[in-house]
Write a protein that binds this ligand. Structure first.
Ligand SMILES: *[C@@H]1O[C@H](CO)[C@@H](O)[C@H](O)[C@H]1NC(C)=O
Ligand SMILES: *[C@@H]1O[C@H](CO)[C@@H](O)[C@H](O)[C@H]1NC(C)=O
Ligand SMILES: *[C@@H]1O[C@H](CO)[C@@H](O)[C@H](O)[C@H]1NC(C)=O
Ligand SMILES: [Zn+2]
Length: 439
């Protein structure tokens, strides 16, 4: 999803940022609206967003000539927004109250110790999935998963972030041994505020390990593919949303000089998912302005995060090849196939991809009734230049390279309550299980 900070030439209203006891920005009194505009209103509306100091949460093409935006409007700007008289639906009366439903960040109780040398430790408690957790605990959780599956997994790293954090993950394999099969490759949390994406990727990892020895379909998946899983590919941004400002997309690296002092508050910089050198990096669907949250960077692939995960993915492609790549995002409930750069270009095996995406959606819906929209990225959502699906399709030549936008469709948006982590995991798992057996 995008986040656009536009029209910086209009002086924003002075918004008094409220800070909680942990030093994090609160969103008390912010209201979230879904606003519909047509093409003619679009430019004016984008300018007004800036002057209202509104946060753009998402946008959607919807229909050919209608756009809808989800925006969070600070209390100081509510009267001014209402005076503009847009067609708008209220999604949230108080964003601060929604964020409270995410719950406190819970520390991980600790690594289980293996009692007998190289024997597997117990899997960490499933209660991990009852809450969101601090970044450091995600790393301990990964170590703990690895210790529970010692002969069939290892921890992996894919480069270093702008602020010097190692991008960490886990590699799982089956009976053929390490690195013997084509890759299934998952990324989570490239956009900082999309917390449900990392914990859902962890849910898939957990269930793969949990059921390798007692579910034949899972055994088959792991015996046929090597899984490479990076739950948090943007660690700097993730940490920033936990310590400072919850709702930034926070790309890398932050840009201060060109955007004015406010940019650090909003975490403006390069969008790692508009930075892939996929041959269409400078096309429509990204921004040349360092003040925009879809800023593509100065040159293709110039962010350290992109470099790390790209080199890692390139190696997989050049090795046994990539069967499936998925970039997990939120929100909106979409399963998106290539391409993002063009609404008319078709990817290899496009109709097979479309069918698989629809059936994955059906497998997801069968669990809790959650409906996903499926289709090609540009035609379904909006144009994206420099996105990872296009890169993995054309450069790394993955057979399938998709993005999945997880729950919900805007009620809670990025701040999905903690009690939806397990249902989200269950349905996403069912979708992946369908794919592994049918692609
Ligand atoms: C088998 O699956 C069940 C249900 O998910 C799980 O509770 C159990 O721990 C698994 N057992 C093994 C040996 O993997
Ligand atoms: C794990 O395997 C058991 C036994 O086959 C099955 O009942 C259970 O649903 C599986 N769990 C998951 C999460 O797939
Ligand atoms: C198209 O699908 C076929 C059948 O699954 C597969 O063998 C082939 O590699 C795919 N082509 C590409 C370019 O991914
Ligand atoms: Zn995203």
């Amino acid at each position: 999803m995008r986040f656009l900070r536009v029209a910086l030439f209009i002086a924003p209203l002075a918004v008094g940022v409220q800070i909680d006891r942990q030093g994090r920005e609160t969103y008390d009194g912010y209201k979230v609206f879904r606003v519909v505009t047509d093409d003619e209103q679009l430019t004016g509306f984008e300018a007004q967003l800036g002057s209202l100091s509104a946060i753009e949460l998402s946008r959607n093409r919807g229909h050919i000539d209608a756009h809808h935006f989800d925006i969070a409007v600070p209390p100081e700007s509510l009267d001014a927004f209402e005076a503009l008289n847009y067609e708008a639906e209220t999604l949230t009366e108080d964003l601060g109250a929604d964020i409270a439903l995410e719950g406190e960040l819970q520390p991980f109780p600790g690594l289980e110790k293996s009692t007998s040398g190289v024997a597997a430790a117990a899997l960490p408690s499933f209660s991990w999935f009852s809450a969101y957790h601090p970044y450091a605990d995600h790393l301990t959780f990964l170590k703990s998963l690895q210790a529970a599956f010692p002969s069939n997994s290892e921890l992996i790293t894919a480069g270093t972030s702008f602020e010097g954090r190692t991008i960490q993950g886990i590699h799982l394999w089956g009976s053929g041994g390490k690195g013997s099969k084509p890759a299934i490759y998952y990324h989570g949390n490239v956009h900082a505020r999309e917390w449900i994406s990392s914990i859902t990727v962890e849910y898939i990892t957990y269930q793969l390990i949990n059921n390798y020895s007692n579910d034949t379909a899972i055994k088959a998946a792991l015996d046929n593919y090597d899984f490479y899983i990076l739950p948090i590919v943007n660690p700097d941004g993730f940490v920033y949303t936990q310590t400072t400002t919850r709702l930034v997309r926070y790309p890398s690296p932050p840009v201060l000089a060109t955007c004015g002092g406010e940019s650090l508050l909003r975490g403006v910089g390069t969008d790692i998912n508009r930075n892939w050198p996929n041959g269409h990096w400078d096309g429509a669907g990204s921004s040349t302005s360092p003040g925009s949250e879809t800023y593509r960077g100065e040159a293709p692939g110039d962010t350290p995060e992109n470099t790390g995960i790209r080199i890692f993915g390139d190696k997989l492609g050049a090795g046994k090849g990539i069967k499936l790549y998925i970039d997990f995002h939120s929100y909106g409930q979409y399963i998106l196939t290539p391409y993002g750069y063009s609404c008319s270009a078709t990817a290899p095996n496009q109709s097979k991809q479309d069918t698989l995406a629809r059936n994955t959606g059906a497998a997801i819906a069968a669990v809790h009734g959650t409906r996903f929209t499926t289709g090609q990225t540009c035609a379904t959502l909006y144009a994206t230049a420099g996105g990872s699906n296009d890169y993995f399709t054309d450069v790394t030549t993955a057979e399938l390279a998709w993005a999945i936008e997880l729950r919900d469709t805007g009620t809670y948006g990025f701040t999905l309550p903690a009690n939806q982590i397990i249902p989200t995991g269950e349905e996403t798992w069912a979708g992946q299980k369908y794919l592994w057996a049918n692609f």
